[in-house]
Design a protein around this ligand. Structure first.
Ligand code: NAP
Length: 488
C-alpha cells in the first residue's frame, strides 16, 4: 500500500477493541485483495465469537459512562470525526477504491457522503427531545423522555465500505449508544481506517469497536452479536437472505432491529418524460458502483411511445464508459467485487436473452478478465425474465416495454422488495399517482440519485425495517420512556 502514498497510520492492519489495536490470539488472519488486479492489499486478524464476546463486554461497560455524556460533548466528537474524514479524503478514497474497486472519484464521493452523516448527527444529537403529555388526571403529570438503547451491534456490506458504517455509527453515538462493528470480509480496511480517525477525534475507548472476520467466521460473529443479552440493538445492511437469518437470531433476545436489505428498484420512463433527462438519470442510477448499489435501477420499464428513443440514446451513453481499474484516471466503471458477483450477472444476462432480449451493447465478461463485465444494455426483455424478480447487482440494464401506467405499476409492485423506485414524467397528476402507488420506501421523481444524510433511507417488504439518516434515524437507537409523576 506504500506505493499509493497512504500513510501507515490509516492502515493499522489490526482489530480495534477497547481503544486498543489487537491481533487474533491464534495469529489467524485473512487476506484483503484488490478486486481489479488481484493484488494482495494486506492481511487482517480473523476474529471469532470469543473476541466478539470480549468487545461486547467492553461496549456494555463503556455504555454506562458514554450514556452520561451530554449531547453537546458527543456532538463535538462527531464533528471532529467528520472533519478528519474530509481532511483525509484522498487517502481514505484510495483505500476504499483499492479494496472495493469503484472508481476513485466515486470513492472520494463516498468519503464525503460518510462525513456528512457525522456532521448531520453532530447536529441532531442535541435535538433528541421528549414530550410533556397533557394529563387526564389532576394529581398526575406525564412526560416522555428518550434514552439510548445500549450496545448496538452493527453488520455492514462491502458495496459502501465507509458509507454504510458512517450511517449507523454516527446515529448510534449521537444517541448515546456504544457499538461493535463487523465489517464485510472484502472491505475491512476502510473500517479500520475510520477507527483510527475515531481515536484521533476523541471517541473514548470502548465506544466504537471493530471486529474484522473472514466469511467462514461471519456466522459465529453475527450469532454472538444477535444472541448476546448485553447487545440491545442490531443494525444490519446486506442481503435479504442474511437479514432474515439475523432477524431470527435477534428474536431470541427480543432486540430492537434495523434491517437495510436488498433492493430491486423499478425505473419507469413514461411517454410524458423528458427522455434526455431520463437517460441521464438512468446512467447514474444503474451504473454507479458498476450497478452494485442497493438503490440501483434493476427493472427498467419504458413506455412504448418513447421506447426506441430511450433505448438508442441510453445505449449510446453506455458505450462511452471506460472500464478498468478504479485507480486509473478516466475509468468510469470498475470491476465486480468478486467472482460470485460476476457469475450472477452472467446468469441474468443469459436468462434475459432467453426471454426475448436483444443485446444493444456489452453482454459478456470484459476482455480485462477476472471480475470485469462489460456494461450491458439488453432491449425487448419480457417481464418473465429473472432480472424482474432478483437484484442483479451488476452492470446489466434489461429494458422492458410497457403500454399503460397501470401495467407499469403492476410490474413495479409485483416484487417482494421495496427499497427505492424511480420514474420520469412531466405530468404532475401522474407524478402524484405513481409516487403514491409505488410499494417502496423511497421514490425518485425525475431524479436518479436520491441518497443523502438528511433523508430517511430504508425500504418496505423484504427490503427492510427502520430508517437510517435524517431526524428519524435516531429513533432506531433510542427508546421512549414514559414517566408518571403521581401524588401532585
Ligand atoms: P451479505 O452477504 O448479506 O453480507 C452483508 C454482511 O453480512 C457482511 O458483513 C457479511 O459478512 C455479513 N454476513 C454474511 N453472512 C452472515 C451471517 N450468517 N451472520 C452474520 N453476518 C453475516 O450481503 P452482500 O451481498 O455482501 O451485500 C449486498 C447486499 O446488500 C445487496 O442485496 C444490497 O442490496 C444490500 N444493501 C442494502 C443496503 C440498504 O441500505 N438497504 C445498502 C447496501 C447494500 P461477509 O462479508 O464476511 O460475508
Amino acid at each position: 500500500m506504500e506505493k499509493y502514498g497512504i500513510p501507515q497510520s490509516l492502515l493499522p492492519g489490526k482489530a480495534y477493541i477497547n481503544g486498543t489495536w489487537v491481533s487474533e490470539k491464534t495469529g489467524k488472519t485473512f487476506k484483503v485483495l484488490n478486486p481489479a488486479t488481484g493484488e494482495l492489499l494486506g492481511e487482517v486478524p480473523d476474529l471469532g465469537a470469543a473476541e466478539t464476546e470480549e468487545a461486547i463486554g467492553v461496549a456494555y461497560k463503556t455504555f454506562q459512562t458514554w450514556k452520561e455524556t451530554t449531547a453537546k460533548e458527543r456532538a463535538k466528537i462527531l464533528r471532529k470525526w467528520s472533519e478528519l474524514l474530509m481532511a483525509n479524503q484522498e487517502h481514505l478514497a484510495k483505500i476504499l477504491t483499492l479494496e472495493n474497486g469503484k472508481p476513485l472519484t466515486e470513492g472520494k464521493g463516498e468519503i464525503g457522503f460518510s462525513a456528512s452523516f457525522f456532521d448531520w448527527y453532530a447536529e441532531e444529537a442535541r435535538r433528541t427531545y421528549g414530550d410533556v403529555v397533557p394529563t387526564p388526571a389532576q394529581n398526575k403529570r406525564l412526560v416522555v423522555i428518550r434514552q439510548p438503547v445500549g450496545v448496538a451491534g452493527l453488520i455492514t456490506p462491502w458495496n459502501f465500505p465507509a458509507g454504510m458504517i458512517a450511517r449507523k455509527v454516527a446515529a448510534a453515538l449521537a444517541a448515546g449508544c456504544t457499538t461493535v462493528l463487523k465489517p464485510a470480509e472484502d472491505t475491512p480496511l476502510s473500517a479500520l481506517a475510520m477507527a483510527q480517525l475515531a481515536e484521533v477525534a476523541g471517541v473514548p475507548a470502548g465506544v466504537f469497536n471493530v471486529i474484522p472476520c473472514s466469511r467462514p467466521n461471519a456466522a459465529s460473529v453475527g450469532k454472538t452479536l444477535c444472541e448476546s443479552p448485553l447487545v440491545a440493538k442490531i443494525s444490519f445492511t446486506g442481503s435479504s437472505a442474511t437479514g432474515k437469518l439475523i432477524l431470527k437470531q435477534a428474536a431470541s433476545t427480543v432486540k430492537k432491529v434495523s434491517m437495510e436489505l436488498g433492493g430491486n428498484a423499478p425505473f419507469i420512463v413514461f411517454n410524458s418524460a423528458n427522455v434526455d433527462a431520463a437517460v441521464k438519470g438512468a446512467i447514474l442510477c444503474k451504473y454507479r458502483g458498476s450497478g452494485q448499489t442497493c438503490v440501483s435501477a434493476n427493472r427498467m420499464l419504458i413506455q412504448e411511445g418513447v421506447y426506441d428513443e430511450f433505448c438508442s440514446k441510453f445505449a449510446a451513453e453506455v458505450k462511452k464508459f471506460v472500464v478498468g481499474d478504479g485507480m486509473q484516471e478516466g475509468v468510469t466503471q470498475g470491476p465486480l467485487i468478486n467472482e460470485r458477483g460476476l457469475e450472477k450477472v452472467k446468469r441474468h444476462v443469459e436468462d434475459a436473452l432467453q426471454n426475448g432480449g436483444k443485446v444493444l451493447c456489452g453482454g459478456k465478461p470484459h476482455s480485462l478478465g477476472r471480475t470485469f463485465f462489460e456494461p450491458t444494455v439488453i432491449s425487448e426483455v419480457s417481464n418473465k425474465a429473472v432480472v424482474l424478480q432478483e437484484e442483479t447487482f451488476g452492470p446489466l440494464a434489461a429494458l422492458v416495454k410497457f403500454n399503460t401506467e397501470a401495467e407499469a405499476i403492476a410490474i413495479a409492485n409485483n416484487c417482494r422488495h421495496g427499497l427505492a423506485g424511480y420514474f420520469y414524467s412531466q405530468d404532475i397528476s401522474q407524478a402524484w399517482r405513481v409516487a403514491e402507488q409505488m410499494e417502496v420506501g423511497m421514490v425518485g421523481i425525475n431524479e436518479g440519485l436520491i441518497s443523502m444524510d438528511v433523508i430517511p433511507f430504508g425500504g418496505v417488504k423484504e427490503s427492510g425495517l427502520g430508517r437510517e439518516g435524517s431526524k428519524y434515524g435516531l429513533d432506531d437507537y433510542m427508546e421512549m420512556k414514559y414517566i408518571c409523576f403521581g401524588g401532585i
